[in-house]
Design a protein around this ligand. Structure first.
Ligand code: Q46
Ligand code: ZN
Ligand code: ZN
Length: 321
């Protein structure tokens, strides 16, 4: 992680990590301090939430969602977890074990929704039934269930573990296509509107490497394995491109995303209002939608009527390796 003789920039003790974007090395204590400060800065700068707010954290078993949940509790916020069982074979079984253990060990409140038990389908089946990439059906399902759980449970905000690498990669994709509607909505916080709950991403100032280091230093056991059916996920390629730029020119990734938020996003503010518009209500479930029936209810109809599809049949290139 760091050269043997490296010293912490803050205290001069042996360093455990080098962070080229800060042009410095840090010991365990000061790395945790840096993470805490970056979290608080994101929460304050973007008005994400206040100390008394009820927070619902979307957890997956991976490092980022555990890091954000742990950091919020560590900082004194009231945060419950929400886990959606996606039915992606062994990967989902493992995720469930990690999430349950994390919550139990820390005595945190965990809400769970299981797609197969409660809605009669899983993601491999939904992908086959809709003839689209798994991430499409998965995204519709997760967004709907996070929103529903937050609204039904009276939470002030839904928090996700998206980090700086995730957001910069999505931004690159949106810029490459000049997708104004997506660009206008790519904010670290989206206010509650039109029946949707407020959404926030407190890790946008921390990289993947920094959240992994936080987990390591805090003794957090997380699922390292990645989703086996992440095919058609262009973000992975964009992350690779940004990493090679970052290697040549440290801190470019942070400048790319954070300067977009500060300098460009305000210019697109009216596009956000136009994009969100006035929505009607789904005739079936009451969720906000532009059509008669929302995308989630249409997905449930389609996927629950389909014969269950084992995950092996939808494995992409990454899963077959
Ligand atoms: S779980 Fe779902 Fe992700 Fe797997 S199918 Fe795609 S969206 S990759 S974060
Ligand atoms: Zn130090
Ligand atoms: Zn609906």
């Amino acid at each position: 992680m760091v050269a043997a003789a490296s010293k912490c920039r803050s205290c001069g003790k042996p360093a455990v990590i080098d962070l080229p974007r800060h042009n410095a090395n840090f010991c365990a204590e000061h790395l945790k301090q840096l993470c805490r400060r970056q979290l608080e800065k994101a929460i304050d700068d973007y008005n994400m939430f206040d100390p008394g707010d009820r927070i619902l954290v979307a957890v997956s078993g991976g490092k980022d969602s555990f890091a954000v949940w742990d950091m919020l509790i560590d900082a004194g916020y009231a945060a419950d977890g929400l886990y959606v069982g996606l039915g992606i074979g062994d990967y989902s079984d493992e995720s469930t074990r990690y999430v349950t253990a994390f919550a139990e060990e820390r005595k945190l409140r965990l809400r769970t929704v299981d797609l197969r038990d409660e809605y009669g389908y899983d993601i491999p089946t939904a992908a086959r039934a809709t003839k689209r990439v798994p991430c499409s059906a998965c995204g519709i399902s997760k967004r709907h269930l996070f929103d529903k759980a937050a609204v039904d449970g009276g939470y002030d905000v839904v928090v996700t573990g998206h980090n700086l690498d995730d957001e910069a990669a999505v931004l690159l994709g949106n810029v490459l296509h000049w997708d104004i509607e997506y660009l206008a909505r790519q904010l670290p916080v989206l206010p509650a509107a039109n029946g949707f709950p407020k959404k926030a991403k407190p890790l946008v100032r921390l990289t993947e490497r920094e959240t992994a280091a936080w987990c390591l230093l805090r003794g957090i056991d997380y699922l390292v394995e990645e989703c086996p059916i992440a095919t058609g996920n262009r973000h992975l390629h964009h992350k690779g491109v940004l990493n090679s730029i970052e290697q040549e020119s440290p801190s470019t990734k942070a400048a790319f995303f954070l300067n977009f938020i500060d300098n460009m996003a305000p210019l697109l503010a009216d596009q956000t209002a136009a994009a969100s518009g006035d929505l009607g209500r789904c005739a079936r479930c009451g969720a906000p939608t532009t059509g008669e029936t929302c995308a989630f209810c249409r997905l449930v109809d389609n996927a629950s009527a389909h014969e269950p599809v084992p995950v092996e049949l939808v494995l992409g290139k990454r899963g077959r390796r």
